[in-house]
Ligand binder design. Structure first.
Ligand code: NOJ
Length: 771
């Protein structure tokens, strides 16, 4: 009912506006599209309070489907929705709940403007894909986009129309718990993944019932928290900001991401939420971002704790001036913006601009045509958990696994993996091997607990071998927010003996060790990157009894597994792989899928090397300067500079060789292009996939350049014995960087290029860029 009155008013005012505009021959560019016109018309009939209402977002967590909430925050929020003072809700999900809350906004408010419903759709909705860091390890952009589509379709079927994802924060610090949520340490890979994820959520038509708005977060530099401690201060150079932090955000904007979320951290002294340089100058002006910026949870209010605003009123003023369009759970906008405008401290045009941006996304989502378009119970049942979605996340999980090591054990003919399908006695050890909750990882707020396939269940499907399971030890969880039911146990070794005895009698031991899914994610920084609890001791005890160990790691961040690398013949990085984890791992261990993942983050030898990353600067006293007897070069006295496993690294059951590196020219101008050709051959016994990687070094720069930078990659499938020629283009887009002139430029000079299967690639050529 409300909807049709609103449509009438809008239609009438569009006619009036276009008539008067025709007369004045003054058609504003903002009204150039149909949606813009509708938004302008709607703004024309909204009060200041209602516009501010659009800029206010509340968390759900109360039952709107039952009797009217009474008392406290819930009652206040409910009254605010009815008064048209709320533009968005988060954490309301499921058709029934979303419909109920939407009904209040649409049918009980003066204008009936629908809510936009946001949710943390981080790696799937109910059917979970691997954590984002694991997906990035696939280097398979098509697969990542597909997996995000699956997430979008399930969330959309559940009433949600806005994902707080992708997180595109680059991080070089494995101590930071949220590395699990991003694409790792590299801006080039991070940008490609950001683009794919935005496309996956939004598709080509935002109003389709299986697409939702995406949100690039956290703007900006959240991944550079000092010492990897969550929410900590960020102090980085302009060059790092432009050349490392911003590119994935820019890529998300290039993919037309509809929203950005700002960040909890301060950046060089100014909190991101109140940072006009980031949000107004770079994002909205330089990049021309047309969508809206939402604050992070309570981050407007947090300007007080940062020591940047005296009170919520000042925080509201600073945030809106800085370009934060929507307030997530600070109550600062709804309580203070009206007064600030009336006092002349905030220009009403800024409120119009913010409300316009928000309303536009709602129009694009089709919410004005049908506010209940995401609320179809039949679709909800059909889409969520469908066979198609389960198959898709299984496929993604297999692609995300990285084979770190695979060697022969003395006396054996072949490498330990893949496992033979007949005649083996296998012992499976580790609490994580029989855990159907941990593989769901962090940020799986909509998945039902305990719904992952365990490794034990996955392996049981291979019936030709005997399989014995022993827990050995629990995974220790020091702090387990939100998960009281999980054992906190760091010392109990009482089940070691049984596990060791079973291992002694078996041909192969599979040990699943690492972090629980809840040991990573927001608020879960760690200073220790070793296997938590007594798992390392368990590994060493079992090793004494049987050296034929396959170590399967479950983790959401790089771990320091130096001892394991020295002793254990086969190591498989299996992250937190989501709903189908156990099946994916079993299929890889048995060779039904040949692993093809490559690390998106360097693995340190120990935590003291962190932050460690492949694209470091050479320094004035680099490794090449080294005389091992000397002290005065850039190094540690107790451990090498190199990581345990470098960025881009990952093995296959087959082998690949590289050759015939050809550049069609070795000299170009700053606008020129070089075609690079390389032959890749599968020289091993299995068909497989290789991620062919191209790195460059700009030898001299107006700002020093990293020793290597990833500038191209292609994932290619090769049958055994097959050779393929992979072609890359070196062009201004990849050669440019943010120079000392504060511009994106290609600087003339000498460049080196390497191609290979990881960031230590050795096949090398050089070229020159002239003026
Ligand atoms: C805080 C997190 O930093 C952000 O990423 C998330 O989207 C919001 N909470 C909402 O849950």
């Amino acid at each position: 009912m409300k909807k049709s009155i609103l449509s009438l008013i809008i239609a009438l005012s569009i006619t009036l506006i276009s008539n008067s505009q025709n007369k004045q021959e003054n058609i504003s560019t903002t009204a150039s599209t149909k949606i813009d016109k509708k938004v302008d018309s709607l703004l024309g009939i909204m009060t200041l309070k209602e516009k501010i209402g659009q800029m206010n977002q509340y968390n759900g967590f109360w039952d709107v489907t039952g009797p009217t909430p009474k008392g406290g925050d819930a009652a206040k929020k409910y009254e605010h929705i009815k008064a048209g003072l709320v533009g968005s809700m988060l954490n309301v999900r499921g058709v029934k709940e979303v419909k109920a809350v939407q009904k209040i906004a649409v049918e009980e408010t003066r204008l009936g403007i629908p809510l936009i419903i946001g949710f943390d759709v981080i790696h799937g909705y109910k059917t979970l894909s691997p954590i984002p860091l694991a997906e990035a390890a696939s280097w398979d952009l098509e697969a990542i986009q597909k997996s995000t589509q699956v997430a979008a379709s399930e969330a959309a079927a559940s009433g949600i129309n806005w994902a707080f994802a992708p997180m595109v924060d680059i991080s070089r610090d494995a101590r930071w718990g949220r590395v699990m949520e991003g694409a790792g340490e590299d801006p080039f890979l991070g940008s490609k993944v950001a683009f794919a994820r935005v496309k996956g959520f939004q598709g080509d038509d935002l109003s389709a019932v299986n697409t939702i708005a995406a949100c690039a977060k956290h703007f900006a530099a959240y991944g550079f928290a000092e010492a990897g401690r969550e929410y900590n201060t960020v102090d980085i150079s302009e060059s790092t900001l432009y050349n490392t932090v911003l590119p994935p955000f820019k890529a998300a904007n290039d993919a037309s991401v509809r929203t950005f979320m700002n960040a909890f951290n301060e950046l060089n002294g100014i909190p991101s939420t109140g940072n006009a340089f980031l949000q107004r100058d770079i994002l909205k002006k330089e990049w021309g971002f047309q969508g809206f910026v939402v604050s992070d949870w309570g981050s407007i209010g947090e300007l007080k704790a940062h020591g940047y605003a005296k009170n919520n009123k000042e925080a509201a003023k600073l945030s809106v001036l800085a370009g934060s369009d929507m307030d997530m759970e600070s109550y600062a906008y709804v309580e203070h913006l009206e007064t600030l405008v009336k006092e002349g401290k905030v220009d009403g045009a800024l409120i119009d601009d913010a409300a316009r941006r928000i309303l536009k996304v709602k129009y694009e989502l089709g919410l004005f045509d049908d506010p209940y378009r995401y609320c179809d119970e039949k679709r909800e049942k059909q889409v969520i958990g469908s066979k198609e979605n389960i198959d898709a996340v299984l496929s993604m999980a297999k692609k995300s696994i990285v084979l770190l090591k695979n060697e022969k054990v003395s006396g054996q003919e072949s490498k330990l993996l893949p496992l033979k399908k007949q005649g083996l006695n296998i012992t499976l050890i580790g609490a994580l091997a029989n855990d159907n909750d941990s593989p769901l990882g962090s940020w799986r707020t909509s998945a039902d607990p305990n719904t992952a396939v365990t490794v034990l269940e996955g392996l049981k499907q291979y019936k030709g071998n005997t399989l014995v399971y022993k827990k050995g030890a629990d995974v220790a969880i020091g702090e387990a927010a939100f998960i009281n039911e999980i054992t906190i146990n760091t010392t109990d070794k009482s089940e070691f003996g049984e596990a060791v005895e079973a291992a002694r009698k078996s041909d192969v031991v599979i040990m699943v060790l690492g972090e629980h899914g809840y040991q990573t994610g927001e608020g879960r920084s760690r200073t220790d990157l070793n296997l938590p609890g007594v798992q390392q001791e368990l590994l060493e005890e079992v090793y004494k009894a049987n050296k034929n160990i396959v170590l399967v790691l479950n983790n959401g961040r790089p771990l320091a597994i130096t001892w394991a690398d020295e002793h254990i013949p086969a190591i498989v990085e299996a992250w937190h792989l989501g709903t189908q984890a156990g099946n994916a791992i079993a299929q890889v261990l048995y060779g039904d899928y040949n692993p093809s993942g490559k690390l998106p983050m360097s693995f340190p030898r120990n935590v003291g090397q962190v932050p460690i990353y492949y694209n470091y600067k050479n320094t004035g006293r680099p490794l090449a300067y080294e005389d091992k007897k000397m002290v005065f070069w850039s190094h540690y006295g107790d451990v090498e500079n190199t990581p345990l496993y470098p960025f881009g690294y990952g093995k296959s059951y087959t082998d690949f060789s590289y050759g015939n590196l050809i550049l069609d020219k070795t000299e170009i101008s700053v606008t020129g292009e070089i075609k690079v050709l390389v032959d890749v051959t599968n020289t091993g016994k299995y068909d497989g996939e290789e991620v062919v990687q191209l790195y460059i070094r700009d030898l001299i720069g107006s700002i020093t350049r990293p020793v290597r930078e990833l500038k191209g990659f292609e994932k290619t499938t090769l049958k055994t014995g097959e050779t393929k020629t992979v072609i890359f283009s070196i062009n201004p887009e990849i050669l440019q960087f943010y120079t000392a002139n504060k511009k994106w430029e290609v600087e003339p000079g000498d460049f080196d290029i390497w191609i290979g299967g990881d960031s230590n690639a050795s096949l090398k050529a050089s070229f020159v860029v002239t003026e």
